[in-house]
Design a protein. Structure first.
Length: 130
């Protein structure tokens, strides 16, 4: 029996996903058909695979227009310090941050100020280039 759980995300852009993982200092591989390891040698495939430092991986794979996360969270949580909810929150937040900055750049806006609040939220003050 497989322990793998698949979680849909709103993430669409691979480059922002990759940058989010880099920003959060995760070690990962990217490619096609990469192996995500789980309980008792069970395997899934993904396009991006995060190395958790254990025998259990976290994968991101394209499903239609979005990425889904695939992992044996029981194994990840019992063999690492990574927790499903906080991992997903951090990656989603950093993904959104990188997406907003890229969209601001495309719209000819400049980040004037960046504040990180006590709760971890990030506030960006943008202005027109000029």
């Amino acid at each position: 029996m497989s322990h793998f759980i698949r979680i849909r995300t709103q993430m669409r852009e691979r480059e922002h996903l990759i940058q989010a993982l880099r920003d959060l200092h995760y070690q990962f591989q990217e490619g096609q058909g990469l192996v995500v390891c789980g309980w008792q040698g069970n395997r899934e495939t993904a396009d991006v695979v995060v190395n958790t430092g254990s025998a259990y991986d976290i994968g991101f794979r394209r499903q239609a227009e979005n990425y889904e996360v695939v992992a044996d969270w029981w194994g990840v949580e019992n063999n690492t310090r990574i927790r499903q909810q906080s991992f997903l929150e951090q990656v989603n937040q950093r993904y959104a941050y990188n997406l907003v900055k890229a969209q601001a750049y495309e719209q000819d806006l400049v980040v004037e100020e960046e504040l990180e609040l006590e709760n971890g939220d990030v506030v960006l003050l943008l202005s027109e280039r000029g």
